[in-house]
Write a protein of this length. Structure first.
Length: 215
């Protein structure tokens, strides 16, 4: 494998070979503990979008709402009444935005495929949510720079993605098997992203990070 020059998540130099699984090569960053697919093996954008359109996540699906409540409940416990936010990467069925809206918050939508209007990206918000999206980022360092910049001082960035934990189970992990998942985060990865920007980070439960802009 030709070594990537830097980690795409934290920009640290010198990621090392991690595992090869069914012809797909993965790298590990010792700086932020992220694991990522070799950039040359990512799916094309057309293939990626076609896969997204197979998802069936409906806003009124009770099971999907329970799944998203891992992020919505701890986030809402920290928000003031009537907070204004952005659901970034909301997908075709923005269930999380609906749940937050029902609680009295005003939520704008952005998704590069399904809600591509860039207007919400031109302002800052009391909170930004990013659920089941960060694992798709081809340029995660740049994308996290964008997400952090969208949050007002004192506001929150809520990220939900399945944390990678057991290296011995990586090859058989269902999350890795999704062809559009190209980067995998540990709890330590999200903490490092927040620390590097001077933000606080809380992990209220596995797979959820709440990062607060303190200044």
């Amino acid at each position: 494998m030709n070594r990537p020059c830097a980690c795409p998540v934290c920009r640290a130099a010198g990621p090392r070979p991690f595992q090869s699984v069914k012809g797909r090569d993965y790298w590990r960053c010792d700086g932020c503990a992220a694991t990522f697919l070799d950039p040359r093996q990512r799916p094309g954008r057309a293939e990626e979008e076609a896969h997204y359109r197979l998802h069936e996540n409906h806003p009124d699906d009770p099971g999907y709402r329970r799944f998203l409540s891992k992020l919505s409940e701890p986030l809402m416990a920290r928000l003031p009444p009537g907070a204004r936010g952005l659901d970034y990467g909301c997908g075709p069925g923005p269930a999380l935005a609906a749940m937050l809206g029902e609680a009295g918050h005003d939520v704008a939508l952005y998704d590069p495929v399904f809600f591509p209007d860039p207007a919400p990206l031109g302002t800052t918000h009391d909170f930004v949510t990013c659920t089941e999206t960060a694992e798709h980022f081809y340029a995660p360092a740049e994308m996290f720079d964008r997400l952090f910049a969208l949050v007002r001082p004192g506001g929150w960035l809520g990220v939900m993605t399945c944390f990678q934990t057991d290296d011995a189970r990586f090859a058989a992990w269902h999350y890795r098997a999704d062809p559009t998942h190209v980067v995998f985060y540990r709890e330590a990865t999200l903490r490092e992203l927040a620390r590097a920007r001077g933000w606080a980070c809380e992990i209220p439960c596995k797979d959820v990070a709440l990062m607060r802009r303190t200044a």
